[in-house]
Design a protein around this ligand. Structure first.
Ligand code: FMN
Length: 327
């Protein structure tokens, strides 16, 4: 039986609801996770939850019907539990906890990766949320291998499992390692062999070959794709084709161009204000150009454009063939 599972990574400031919508439409993903919702001392309003995770209003699914989990970040277990319950009352049906964010502002307030220095606190947070939430609401967690080093990796993973999380995602790097390659896929295997809950492996899957590599080294059937899915929007689709034993067909740039136009339309629909669609498209092209030379040409062409209407026109006029670009 084919048990593979592909999850789209939470990526604050990069994979918002529009990017999740687009990537899950392209296909291959079984689940996605929201950008982290930071919990401090307040309880978020309905408006705030829906701003961060509009999928809640659509039965916790993206337009394409892929389930979306809500991720929380914080260290005040009790208030996180109050917030999680408020989210569940709104209809949220799955919660993930962030124990990996490396951002200094977040860490300074005792959120994200800094918690990996304190496995007891991690266990307390997971346990508190598990006891507060109705039993049918799955609670999961995502961790890095540690803060400065990996000495507490297994202890933290056990704390998460013993706290009552039903699954764990491991980004195979410490906080200090940032996003520097390599990701330590072997470490995910150690964790997988230690805890009694399913483990999802994550880190540095940019191609189908990387996917084959992370599966072999980590021993996991469930893989999370982050930046690779943004840079190569059909990566999950290629992986699904590979797993289903059908021919793997890589997207041509003409198809990527259709996705670029759709993405821009979706951004405009979300916020017609010039800045958002223009900034989001430039950010995405900045990543696409690492894979597609055509995206580099488009990026150069639109780099100085500031108005959404002008950019929309440039996109509609951009054409690519083997020999020429007609703009
Ligand atoms: C811009 C950016 C924002 C991120 N935001 C989050 C987040 O909100 N929550 C989280 O758990 N991880 C976050 N991550 C980490 C990713 O989920 C993932 O673990 C990491 O990028 C490694 O996977 P990759 O090599 O496939 O990108 C973020 C990563 C990036 C690059």
């Amino acid at each position: 039986m084919n048990t593979h599972r592909l999850v789209l990574a939470p990526m604050q400031g990069l994979c918002d609801d529009v990017m999740r919508d687009l990537l899950t439409r392209i296909g291959g993903f079984d689940e996605c996770v929201s950008e982290f919702v930071r919990i401090t001392h307040t309880v978020h309003s309905r408006q705030t939850w829906l701003k961060y995770v509009p999928e809640i209003a659509n039965g916790n699914r993206t337009y394409a019907g892929v389930p979306c989990t809500v991720q929380l970040l914080g260290s005040d277990a009790e208030n996180m539990a109050v917030n999680a319950l408020a989210a569940v009352r709104l209809g949220v049906d799955k919660i993930d906890l962030n124990f990996g964010c490396p951002a200094p502002t977040v860490n300074k307030h005792k959120g994200g990766a800094v918690l990996l220095k304190e496995p007891e606190l991690i266990q307390h947070i997971v346990q508190t949320l598990r006891s507060a939430l109705p039993p049918h609401i799955p609670l999961t967690a995502k961790m890095r291998l540690g803060f400065e080093d990996k000495s507490l990796a297994l202890e933290n993973a056990c704390a998460i499992a013993e706290g009552g999380a039903c699954a764990l995602t491991v980004h195979a790097r410490t906080k200090v390692e940032g996003y520097e390659p390599p990701a330590h896929w072997r470490w995910v295997r150690k964790i997988r062999d230690t805890v009694n809950i399913p483990v999802t492996a994550n880190g540095d899957v940019f191609t189908l070959n990387d996917y084959i590599g992370i599966k072999a080294e980590s021993g996991c059937d469930s893989i999370m794709l982050g930046r690779g899915a943004v840079m190569r929007p059909d990566l999950a689709r290629q992986i699904a084709q590979y797993e289903h034993g059908t021919t793997v067909v890589e997207a041509q740039f003409s198809e990527v161009m259709d996705w670029i136009r759709l993405f821009f339309d979706l951004c405009l629909k979300k916020e017609a204000n010039n800045k958002y669609p223009v900034a989001r498209l430039k950010q995405w092209l900045g990543m696409l150009r690492k894979v597609y030379p055509e995206a580099q040409l488009l990026f150069e062409h639109i780099r100085t454009i500031k108005e959404a209407e002008v950019l929309e026109q440039a996109l509609s006029q951009f054409e690519y063939t083997d020999k020429a670009i007609f703009i």
